[in-house]
Design a protein around this ligand. Sequence first.
Ligand SMILES: Cc1cc2nc3c(=O)[nH]c(=O)nc-3n(C[C@H](O)[C@H](O)[C@H](O)COP(=O)(O)OP(=O)(O)OC[C@H]3O[C@@H](n4cnc5c(N)ncnc54)[C@H](O)[C@@H]3O)c2cc1C
Length: 236
Amino acid sequence: MPKKVLLVGGGITSALIGNILRSDFENINLSLWEKLSEAGGRFNTITGGKNNELLVDLGAQSDKWNAVTETGKEELFDVVILTIPVPEILKLTGDLESLLFNNLVREHLSAVEYSSRFALGLFFDKGVFTEWDAEYIDDDSVLRYTANDSWKAHGEPKFKSAKVFKHWPEPSSTVICQWSYSQVFKPYYSKPGSVILNEKPLLIAGGDGFIGSTFDDCIFSAKTICNLLSNNYCGK
Ligand SMILES: Cc1cc2nc3c(=O)[nH]c(=O)nc-3n(C[C@H](O)[C@H](O)[C@H](O)COP(=O)(O)OP(=O)(O)OC[C@H]3O[C@@H](n4cnc5c(N)ncnc54)[C@H](O)[C@@H]3O)c2cc1C
């Protein structure tokens, strides 16, 4: 019988795990639950709407996890891997709450901190700037960085330090993005990459919260999760 493995969260860490599991592991039946309509997580430029696969409750039933979404979709899995931001793990209901109750792991999870980030996208019908592609702003209390994205991608680099906002014309449209969890400010204690939250049935948590917010960190986290799987449950 293939082992049923549920990956919760469709970000980069999850994509890397899925890739390793598919190429190096046999006899695994892999599912992915992602709350948004598009995969990519924080690597996505603009996130899509809800996809109703928001995991809300995890209940242990003998040797399996009963995973339940916001809309009541329910399924049993042998292994669950959470790569969602740490504060989202702490929101899950079910047996996870009691597993973590009064536990050092819960303390370490609660101590993880992320920075927040806000972005304002201004769209213009025709090019209006001539002097820069992108720049960091170090003398403003709110603004940190500005970029002319089409030039960044296609133009010649022309960096110049100037604050030009007040001279900009009216944009034809705007979009505001907010990331409550942008980059990890304080990772999980000792940066293990991932942590076993329960051994039987197996529940593992990973992602940038357990190490740091670089691409290499996400690769490290994905590899530690696959090692834990290999050592604790699913042979290669
Ligand atoms: C604006 C911004 C700029 C950044 N710049 C850089 C950079 O320059 N370089 C760099 O290395 N890193 C950067 N990062 C950080 C990088 O994007 C993250 O470290 C990385 O994407 C984390 O990947 P992840 O898979 O661990 O988590 P995530 O990408 O957060 O993936 C988790 C997924 O889980 C989903 N989810 C959450 N809760 C649930 C639930 N209950 N049920 C189902 N699904 C759920 C989310 O929708 C998300 O898709 C930036 C991040 C932001 C926001």
